[in-house]
Write a new protein. Structure first.
Length: 285
């Protein structure tokens, strides 16, 4: 007999129960135990990037209503954070906060990866089925990876705050105009901008190397968290030019998606998320 969805309360209770069991079951595996041999990787080319983007666009067109609904929350959160940061004491963190949003990209796209995985496997692929990511055997490891990215994001904000204090601070700017003027017309402001971009690049590179295929791999295969991260690092090490190009594509896409008022992310995030899944399928054998 076909199984129906049931009422939302029942579904949520079952999902929470499954999540709890997965967390308990996976806790023993986060230390490195795996159920499969470590996956093999292959060399990538720029053609793989183009094909991954094309496949990502096709997935988006097929499921655009569902994935746009899933990611709609993220621009709303971004706008809320930016508005909250408009208080003068938080002004220096507005740009680092928006730029650092990219550090959280891999975890925000987990539901999109699941839709691509299901569509590829011929399974139902919609916003409700995307929520079933909590039923994946390695969901606990995915949560840990999400906490890692959140920690990196918070650390980035702390570093950005200290950088402002060492250059234009420590006093808070009196207004937006005064802050922009000081940042663009003083030597201290340019030191802050240049160092901030350099440090931000290091943070972004660390996230890219550890997460470019780790999230899709955890969704797709029975591997432990260390194996997933090491596989992602290995893909980056073996394909530095291609992965850096991918990182640049993601960065440019997120910049474009930030206009206007981060609303473009409703389209950019799903396309990049779908494309990331297809890049993983080309990178890991």
């Amino acid at each position: 007999m076909p199984r129906t969805i049931g009422n939302p309360g029942t579904w949520l209770a079952e999902a929470i129960g499954l999540t709890g069991r997965h967390v308990a079951d996976s806790a023993q595996r986060l230390g490195g135990e795996v159920d499969e041999a470590p996956p093999r990787t292959r060399k990538l080319t720029t053609d793989d990037l183009r094909e991954a983007l094309d496949a990502g666009w096709e997935d988006f067109k097929a499921c655009r209503t569902d994935v746009m609904f899933i990611v709609l929350l993220y621009p709303i959160i971004g706008i809320a954070l930016a508005v909250g940061a408009l208080h003068t004491s938080f002004l220096p963190l507005i740009f680092p906060m928006i730029a650092g949003f990219a550090l959280l990209g891999p975890v925000t796209a987990v539901g999109v990866y699941e839709i691509s995985r299901r569509r590829e496997a011929g399974e139902p692929a919609n916003w409700l089925s995307a929520l079933k990511v909590v039923e994946r055997p390695r969901f606990a490891a995915i949560v840990v990876m999400g906490l890692y990215l959140a920690t990196v994001f918070c650390l980035w904000l702390v570093v950005a705050g200290h950088l402002y204090g060492a250059t234009l601070g420590p006093e808070a700017p009196v207004s937006i105009g005064a802050f922009v003027d000081a940042a663009l017309t003083t030597s201290a402001g340019w030191v802050m901008i240049v160092l901030g971009c350099a440090i931000g690049f290091v943070f972004a590179l660390a996230v890219l190397a550890t997460s470019v295929v780790s999230f899709p791999l955890l969704l797709d295969r029975r591997v432990g968290l260390p194996v997933a991260v090491l596989t992602s690092v290995r893909v980056t090490r073996e394909n530095p030019q291609v992965i850096l190009t991918w990182g640049l594509i993601v960065a440019c896409g997120l910049v474009l998606g930030s206009l206007p008022f981060l609303l473009g992310l409703v389209i950019v995030l799903p396309v990049l998320g779908h494309a990331t899944w297809h890049l993983y399928r080309r990178a890991v054998i």
